[in-house]
Design a protein around this ligand. Structure first.
Ligand code: ATP
Ligand code: MG
Length: 225
């Protein structure tokens, strides 16, 4: 059995609308890498939301490590906590993830929620700040950062949780060339270290570097429900 399995899932935001995802099946092994491609509106973010348990298919089954991920399953706080600890999610828009007073606090928030010892939290914050060169911004308010800085801070905050699966929605969008190269190298290292990666991206170089399996989504056909 694969770590992640979608079996014939169909998803629509409203019953009267054509499904954004239709009869979609896929599987990703532990340590695998899947890149979602497709035009704007093709359903990449929607699919990543399903994989992260934020949206639920109208029909079909999503299994994570053998468990069907349903509203009832995630209603159990303990199970939800374990699931979200294992699966980290970078939103396409980092603004929805950043709510702490400073960049440093933003990175510390997740590890603190996990109840890790203080020394471990400090080590993770330090490592993630260094990884992204965020030290000069440590005491700045996240909402005062530039778009690209916010994106990197949001990714740093996800990595501080050290999840086994990284679900990343356009991790390189809006970043300059040098930063894209650095993050491509970082994500490649994480993959080599055994992380499972699922990402939506328009970046060919990233897909090549990761050796990602590609799934191209197409936008829903109008009038077909
Ligand atoms: N919350 C929502 N309510 C209703 N419709 C939505 C919602 N979110 C997305 N959609 C619709 O679902 C379709 C797929 O959107 P989605 O955001 O998944 O696309 P995407 O492939 O991520 O696009 P992009 O490349 O622009 O990020 C679009 O037609 C969009 O209008
Ligand atoms: Mg999207």
């Amino acid at each position: 059995m694969s770590l992640i399995e979608l079996n014939q899932i169909t998803f629509s935001y409203a019953p009267e609308e054509p499904p954004v995802l239709r009869d979609l099946s896929l599987s990703v092994e532990a340590g695998g890498c899947l890149a979602l491609r497709g035009d704007n509106g093709a359903g990449k973010t929607t699919l990543l939301r399903v994989l992260n348990g934020l949206s639920f298919p109208r029909s079909g089954v999503y299994r994570f490590d053998g468990a069907a991920i349903t509203p009832a399953y995630l209603k159990d706080q303990t199970r939800a906590k374990i699931f979200h600890r294992r699966v980290g999610y970078l939103f396409q828009n980092p603004d929805v993830m950043l709510f702490n007073a400073t960049a440093r606090e933003e990175i510390a928030f997740g590890p603190r929620q996990l109840g890790l010892p203080k020394a471990e939290i400090e080590a993770r914050v330090r490592d993630c700040m260094t990884l992204f060169g965020l030290e000069p911004l440590a005491e700045k308010a996240p909402y005062h950062l530039s778009g690209g800085q916010k994106k990197q801070l949001a990714l740093a905050a996800v990595l501080a949780l050290n999840p086994e699966v990284l679900v990343l929605d356009e991790p390189l969008a809006g970043l300059d060339g040098g930063t894209r190269q650095r993050l491509t190298a970082l994500l490649t290292e994480l993959r080599a270290a055994g992380k499972t990666l699922i990402l939506a991206t328009h970046d060919d170089a990233l897909c090549d570097a990761l050796g990602a399996e590609i799934l191209t989504l197409t936008p829903p056909a109008p009038g077909k429900t």
